[in-house]
Design a binder for this molecule. Sequence first.
Ligand code: HEC
Length: 102
Amino acid sequence: MAKKIALLFLCLTLYADTFDRACVPCHQRRGVALKPIFFDYLLYYSSERGVKGAMREFLLRPDPKKRLYKKGPIYRHRIDPGTLQKALDEYWERYKVIGKIK
Ligand code: HEC
């Protein structure tokens, strides 16, 4: 029983932390902070759908003209679309300001 519960928790944390596993470590290593990038996207695209859509598009097919982060060479993210979707949902939940203002 205890083992099952432990396993369940493990699964939940694995599920919940896609963003922390798939995005954060590399960004930390390279000194590319994800929080300011999020707010740049939020300012530019303003809606949840706009932010997630633009990031998804950019991370799957990087286009220098649509780039918001202008420092350093462009990085070609290789993330499978399913993981990316989950990661972007968590990214949004973490930093969205809508709801916190109310
Ligand atoms: C192996 C390294 C690495 C991983 C993993 C990684 N990134 Fe990045 N990312 C970078 C680097 C380096 C840059 C800065 C260069 C650039 O903009 O292309 C960047 C830039 C970005 C940008 C800015 C794009 C713009 O408009 O300029 C976003 C948004 C982003 N990453 C999101 C993510 C998300 C979300 C994940 C996880 C699903 C992720 N990254 C995973 C290295 C990584």
